[in-house]
Design a protein around this ligand. Structure first.
Ligand code: ATP
Ligand code: MG
Length: 569
């Protein structure tokens, strides 16, 4: 394509609200423009990149038997009421009414729609398994749209759904997906990790996220420095610690005055102890009431671990008023000894020989508490948040490392959640009616492109990995007003096109500096520069965007070697 005919509105300045490199550079490189908060127009250069990502996704989805469909973005409320999500989804769901006052939503995801399709036409195990995917626009009214297309409200997603007659078939597709996703992100040139992710109430290792490693990532991931265990930090597991050699408290707990000392630090300081000698009692509220969680004073409780253990729909820290009303105990001095709540104790607390807890009285704590003797628990479990250096739960010698990541893909076994609710049933080999077992698998197309920029940019702009670059090479004549130069550039461009290289010809009548700046900013992997001096010397300049490395290639004799040179970049 010819630059002069393309719409690539590059900018010198970043928009004021662009916090991360990918957002700044996508706008500056003329790839996207914001229409409204979290809503973007994708311009020609941007679309070329998204289409490349989509093509890679398509090829990998097709390779594992995926069939492409295209589902409506507007979905009737009735379907969402049937699945139970109309009430549950909250404000992220954009609800709209038609002229007959019927309620609809703009699809944030398509489980309901695809399950409706399957329930109408799939009747027998003989029609299963089925794997369908689409690449389509989603709308989620995100609380905090930011980072450009990385967390937009309207965004492109590849979503796939699979339907199975049994668990074994579901597992097989899940494994296929893991491989396909790994291929996709590898082919996009990304440095990523597949991590275990929260699978909510389904439990087990039935959900994995694909995280592109980048400091700007919104997620934290924990992974072992010795084995291949990796997990979203919110789910990262810890094995129970070895039994302690610490002597157990030999007498009953002793009530000790701690006037006005409510925080772990204050209590520890006052008693001349350290936070790890204290046990924190944290009260949470969920749909069935209050529960207490216990972790060591120097640790953080991971509420998601508690929520998953309880299998509840929601769980939040209880506020002081609710705690005071429901337990009658003073917040800040609350303790687990003789507390009438279900108590969930972290493994580390269970092995403590003695500790300090609240005394359930104002201005007092109990010292010499021996948790396994003095605290009545409902369960002892892994409740705390992982920190760097913690032992790996899988292997003997590994330690946790923590890094930031951008979630670009998420795969999930759904079980029969939607098929049961929407009655997507089939007849099994015994003629018995069963709900299909389902899986769902998403990739953010725009987010993947943005993540690639987060990993591949420098002070001058984007440095596209070749497979998703908008063009593979840009031919830059130093001065198009010189006939010989213009014609030579044209010749190079034509020859690249003819050998299947996606080339851009910067035929603008602009200064070389302007063209080089734009070439750097837009991140095209190879630059082919030539001017009158080159023509005299019988060479052209071949420059690699990533390394800045430049070499002279004989011209016209070396023309035939260019495609291979470009492909090797
Ligand atoms: P997040 O935790 O980032 O909100 P999610 O768990 O809501 O993601 P899924 O519902 O699993 O995401 O969606 C599948 C994929 O769609 C994600 O892995 C991500 O790549 C992409 N995605 C989700 N929300 C957005 C968004 N607001 N903007 C751009 N891409 C998104
Ligand atoms: Mg989300």
């Amino acid at each position: 394509m010819r630059y002069s005919q393309l719409f690539i509105p590059t900018l010198k300045q970043s928009p004021a609200d662009a916090e991360v490199a990918s957002h700044q550079l996508m706008v500056r490189a003329g790839m996207i423009r914001q229409l409204a908060s979290g809503i973007y127009s994708i311009l020609p250069l941007g679309l070329r990149v998204l289409r490349k990502v989509e093509q890679i996704i398509r090829e990998e989805m097709n390779a594992i038997g995926g069939q492409e469909v295209f589902l409506p973005s507007i979905q009737p409320a009735e379907l969402w009421q049937e699945s139970g999500r109309w009430g549950f989804y909250g404000k992220e769901l954009l609800r709209i009414r038609d002229r007959h006052d019927r309620e609809f939503c703009y699809g944030p995801t398509h489980e309901e729609v695809i399950t409706d399709i399957v329930r109408r036409d799939v009747k027998s195990y003989k029609q299963l398994p089925l794997l369908m995917y689409q690449i389509q626009t989603k709308f989620r009214d995100e609380v905090r749209p930011r980072f450009g297309v990385m967390r937009g409200r309207e965004f492109m997603m590849k979503d796939a759904y699979s339907f199975h007659a049994d668990e074994a078939s579901t597992q097989k597709t899940y494994e296929d997906m893991k491989r396909a996703y790994s291929n996709i992100f590898t082919r996009c040139g990304l440095d990523f990790k597949m991590v275990e992710a929260d699978s909510g109430t389904i439990g087990g290792n039935f959900s994995h996220e694909f995280m592109v490693l980048a400091d700007s990532g919104e997620d934290a991931i924990g992974f072992c420095d010795a084995c291949d265990y990796a997990s979203n930090l919110e789910k990262a597991a810890l094995a129970p610690p070895a039994a302690t050699t610490e002597p157990a408290s030999d007498g009953a707990p002793v009530e000790t005055a701690t006037p006005g000392k409510k925080t772990v630090e204050d209590v520890a300081g006052f008693l001349n102890l350290t936070p790890r000698d204290i046990v924190k009692t944290l009260v949470f509220e969920h749909e069935d009431g209050l529960v207490a969680g216990l972790v060591r004073g120097d640790r953080q409780l991971n509420a998601l671990k508690l929520k998953n253990h309880l299998g509840c729909n929601w769980l939040v820290p209880a506020d002081e008023k609710t705690i005071a009303e429901k337990t009658g105990k003073p917040v800040g001095f609350l303790g687990p000894v003789e507390l009438e709540l279900d108590i969930y104790m972290d493994h580390e607390v269970a092995v403590m020989g003695h500790c300090v807890t609240g005394a359930n009285k104002p201005d007092a704590h109990l010292t010499g508490v021996h948790p396994s003797r003095d605290i009545k628990t409902t369960a002892t479990l892994d409740l705390r948040e992982v920190i760097e250096g913690d032992p790996c739960p899988r292997c003997a010698n590994g330690r946790y490392q923590i890094k930031r990541g951008i979630e670009v893909g998420h795969i999930f076994i759904l079980g029969t959640k939607y098929s049961a609710a929407l009655k997507a049933h089939f007849l099994d080999t015994n003629g018995k009616e069963q709900p299909c077992v389902m899986g769902c698998y998403g990739i953010g197309v725009g987010r993947t492109a943005a993540a690639a920029i987060e990993q591949n940019h420098d002070g001058n702009g984007i440095v596209w990995p070749m497979p998703i670059a908008p063009f593979q090479a840009t031919v830059i004549p130093v001065n198009v007003q010189v006939d010989e130069v213009r014609q030579a550039a044209e010749k190079i461009y034509q020859s690249l096109q003819a050998s299947g290289v996606e080339a851009l010809l910067d035929d603008r009548n602009d200064r070389l500096g302007v063209k080089l700046k734009d070439a750097e900013l837009t991140g095209i992997p190879c630059q082919i520069i030539l001017g009158p001096k080159n023509l005299e010397a019988g060479t052209l300049e071949f420059k690699i965007r990533k390394t800045g490395e430049s070499k002279e290639i004989p011209f016209p004799d070396g023309l035939a070697s260019l495609p291979d040179l470009i492909k090797s970049c």
